[in-house]
Design a protein around this ligand. Sequence first.
Ligand code: NAD
Ligand code: TYD
Length: 378
Amino acid sequence: MKRTLVITGGAGFIGSHVVRLFVNKYPDYHIINLDKLTYAGNLENLRDIEGMPNYEFVKMDICDFEAFLDLMQKKQVDGIIHLAAESHVDRSIKDPFTFARTNVMGTLSLLQAAKLYWESLPEKYEGKRFYHISTDEVYGALEMTHPEGITPPFTTAASSGSHHEAYGEAFFLETTKYNPHSPYSASKASSDHFVRAFHDTYGMPTIVTNCSNNYGPYQFPEKLIPLFINNIRLRKPLPVYGKGENVRDWLYVEDHARAIDCIFHKGKVAETYNIGGFNEWKNIDIIKVVIKTVDRLLGRTEGEDMNLITYVTDRAGHDMRYAIDSRKLQRELGWEPSLQFEEGIERTVRWYLDHQDWMERITSGEYEKYYESMYANR
Ligand code: NAD
Ligand code: TYD
């Protein structure tokens, strides 16, 4: 079937994996990667597919309502997968306005343009889809001690099936009340509400998914895992916020992209799906795994760089624990993570060590010139 899809934020970390998957898997689809190319957008992430006939890049700000409406009409867009966002909690603490502008107003702008265009068609919303990618951070923070006295993090035991059944609210469910704490999560929560409102008010076929922390290739090195891999390589200090006791639930980015593909095609309109791999880690424990892996792959003595760990002032409002219950997605749509964490982290560390040139172009700011040289004369 022929379709024209816009994927927003396709030059970012997760977006680039989603664009690559769709361009390679669906030759009949026309895939438009719409991205403003902020500091986090890097077209080098998509070098391997940029010449594909079903792929097009459009540089655009999602807040530009007129331009997006025009694009919808000209390209006859019938599906939107929306990932573009400001995504880093620490930046949101320093500059919340940019987060409200992009994440809230930008999402609203896309919704309104999609509404005007789709409602102008004879078939209206038939065959259309607005799929919004969100985060588990909208649910707030979970406790470290469960009322039954069982202590998280829950990792492989939980993923074995019924084990975590007993914990109930020890995980974020699709029905968990929104309770965001950071400007980032507050802006994502607000955008989620707007998406659902467009379904409830206008009948737009929307879907929202809330995913746990992603890791893997092409993540901007301000986030924990790529930042620390690079710092270990360069023997620079590893700034661990607070006591390093906070828990995050980690999913390999390609498994998230596979989930997005599955949900875009098979998910039920107006539904919410949580995406996660039951893979919780205390920050300090994951940091130790990363140090050992980098050391081993660089031929150093495993663990010799533990002394780089440097405890620093905690992040303001630092959420203690995130943990996703993704059984609805597994049960209803048959998705499950393909990779064990040990394999995922090994692959990830290896990728960053093999792509030091990519890392250096980012840390030097050189990557921002890539777009200019590739597209300026077209
Ligand atoms: P990222 O910061 O790596 O990439 C964001 C992309 O959006 C960049 O390419 C950037 O240029 C683009 N962008 C930003 N503002 C824009 C604007 N105004 N107009 C057009 N493009 C703009 O982010 P990511 O980590 O890949 O996250 C992608 C999405 O997934 C976000 O919506 C985020 O909230 C969500 N998410 C991320 C994680 C995670 O662990 N990274 C987990 C769950 C959900
Ligand atoms: P991050 O990758 O920023 O993702 P998020 O805040 O969206 O979960 O951070 C992951 C965890 O690592 C989080 O608990 C904050 C912590 N952290 C550090 O301890 N030091 C750092 O330098 C960074 C970037 C994060």
